[in-house]
Design a protein around this ligand. Structure first.
Ligand code: ADP
Ligand code: DAR
Length: 346
C-alpha cells in the first residue's frame, strides 16, 4: 500500500492529510482492525474528495485506537480544546437547559431540530457493514421503536419499496436523508442501497429515527418554530427510552462512537432554520460563528446552499459535539443564534 499521492496536492486541506503524514502512513499502513479495516480504508473519502475537511470515516470502533494516535490527533483537533484523557461527561437533563424561546412571534426562525447519532454494540460502522448486519440492525431497532408509546408512537417506512414521490417529498420536507452524498459514497456507506435503510416517524413527524444512513441510528426531534426546550425534552425522553433497550458503542474518552470523528461524544447537532440575510452578509459573520462554535449550512442538508425563496435562511447549529454535554451543545447553538439575531435586528 502506497501513501495517497493526492495528499501531496496543495488544495487538499483535510485533517486526514494533516495527521497522516507519509511517515505516519508507513508506520501504520499494514495494521488492521479485527474486522479487517485499514487506515487506508478509513481515508478513502478524503482521497476521493479533495475538498474534504475531515477526510476520514471509521469502519468500526477499533479504528479509533488501532492506528497509533492518528485518530486521537484528528479528534482533538476537531473538538479542541477537549483532550480524550479528560473524559466526556453527558447531560441529557432538559431541566438544565436555559433557552427561553428566542422568537415566539416566528419572525426569524422557521424550525428547530436536534439529533443524536448512535451505533449498536457488536457491529461495525456504516462504511464497513455487511448486508446481513445492516438487515439485523434494521430489525432490532424497528422492534424497539414500534414498542414506543404516547407521542413517540409511530410507524417504520423502509426505503426499499418506497415510491419515489413519497421519498422525494419526505426529503424536500427535511424529514428524510438523501442517498448518501459523495463523501459517504466514497466511504462505503451506500453499499446495497437502499436495503436496510429507512425512516421511523410519529404521525406529527416531530419524532423521527433514520436507520443505516451515515450512522446506524440518527434519533431526531424536530418541530416548526423555535421552542427549543420542547424539542430537547422530546429528544431526551426518546433517547432515554431507546438507550434502555439497546446497547450502543461508547467509550469514556470518545463518548458515543460514530463513523465520522466529527460526530463523536454526544453525536448531537442542534439546529434552527433561521432567516438572517443581514447577519450572514456581515463582514464578521464567519468570525462570530467561529467564536460561538457555530456551523452555518444551507437548509437542504450538509453541503447545500440556500437559494431562491429560501435565500437568506440558514441552518445554524453547534459545531462541537465531544467534550461538552448535550445541554451544552444546545446552549452553544442558542448562544450563537442569539448573537446572530442581535446583529440581524441591529
Ligand atoms: P444531519 O447531520 O443532522 O443529518 P443535515 O445537514 O444532513 O444534518 O440535515 C439533515 C436533514 O435535516 C436535511 O433535510 C435538513 O434540511 C434537515 N434539517 C436540519 N436542521 C433542520 C431544522 N432546524 N429544521 C428543519 N429541517 C432541518
Ligand atoms: N465533508 C466530509 C464530512 C465531515 C462532517 N460531516 C459528516 N460527517 N456528515 C468531510 O470529511 O469534510
Amino acid at each position: 500500500m502506497e501513501y495517497p499521492a493526492v495528499f501531496l496536492k496543495p488544495e487538499v486541506h483535510s485533517l486526514a492529510k494533516k495527521y497522516v503524514t507519509p511517515e505516519v502512513f508507513e508506520e501504520h499502513k499494514n495494521k488492521k482492525t479485527s474486522r479487517g479495516y485499514t487506515l487506508l480504508d478509513c481515508m478513502q473519502s478524503g482521497i476521493q474528495n479533495l475538498d474534504s475537511d475531515t477526510g476520514l470515516y471509521a469502519g468500526d470502533e477499533e479504528c479509533y485506537t488501532a492506528f497509533g494516535n492518528v485518530l486521537d490527533n484528528i479528534v482533538e483537533d476537531y473538538h479542541a480544546p477537549y483532550k480524550i484523557a479528560d473524559g466526556h461527561t453527558p447531560d441529557m437533563n432538559p431541566d438544565h437547559l436555559n433557552c427561553p424561546n428566542p422568537d415566539p412571534e416566528g419572525k426569524y426562525i422557521r424550525s428547530t431540530r436536534i439529533r443524536v447519532a448512535r451505533n449498536l454494540k457488536g457491529y461495525g460502522l456504516a462504511p464497513n457493514l455487511g448486508k446481513q448486519e445492516r438487515l439485523d440492525i434494521e430489525r432490532k431497532v424497528v422492534e424497539v421503536l414500534t414498542s414506543l408509546t404516547g407521542d413517540l408512537a409511530g410507524k417504520y417506512y423502509p426505503l426499499q419499496g418506497m415510491d419515489e414521490a413519497t421519498r422525494q417529498k419526505l426529503v424536500d420536507d427535511h424529514f428524510l436523508f438523501k442517498k448518501g452524498d459523495r463523501f459517504l459514497e466514497s466511504a462505503g456507506c451506500n453499499k446495497e442501497w437502499p436495503e436496510g435503510r429507512g425512516i421511523y416517524h410519529n404521525d406529527a413527524k416531530t419524532f423521527l429515527v433514520w436507520i443505516n444512513e451515515e450512522d446506524q441510528l440518527r434519533i431526531i426531534s424536530m418541530e416548526k418554530g423555535s421552542d427549543i426546550g420542547s424539542v430537547f425534552r422530546r429528544l431526551c425522553k426518546a433517547v432515554n427510552e431507546i438507550d434502555a433497550k439497546l446497547g450502543f458503542q461508547h467509550s469514556p474518552g470518545l463518548g458515543y462512537i460514530t463513523s465520522c470523528p466529527t460526530n463523536l461524544g454526544t453525536g448531537m447537532r442542534a439546529s434552527v432554520h433561521v432567516k438572517i440575510p443581514k447577519a450572514h452578509a456581515h463582514p464578521d459573520f464567519k468570525a462570530i460563528c467561529d467564536k460561538y462554535h457555530i456551523q452555518p449550512r444551507g437548509i437542504h442538508g450538509e453541503h447545500s446552499e440556500s437559494t431562491g425563496e429560501d435565500a437568506g435562511v440558514y441552518d445554524i447549529s453547534n459545531r462541537r459535539r465531544l467534550g461538552l454535554s448535550e445541554v451544552r451543545c444546545v446552549q452553544d447553538m442558542y448562544d450563537g443564534l442569539m448573537k446572530l439575531l442581535e446583529i440581524e435586528k441591529s
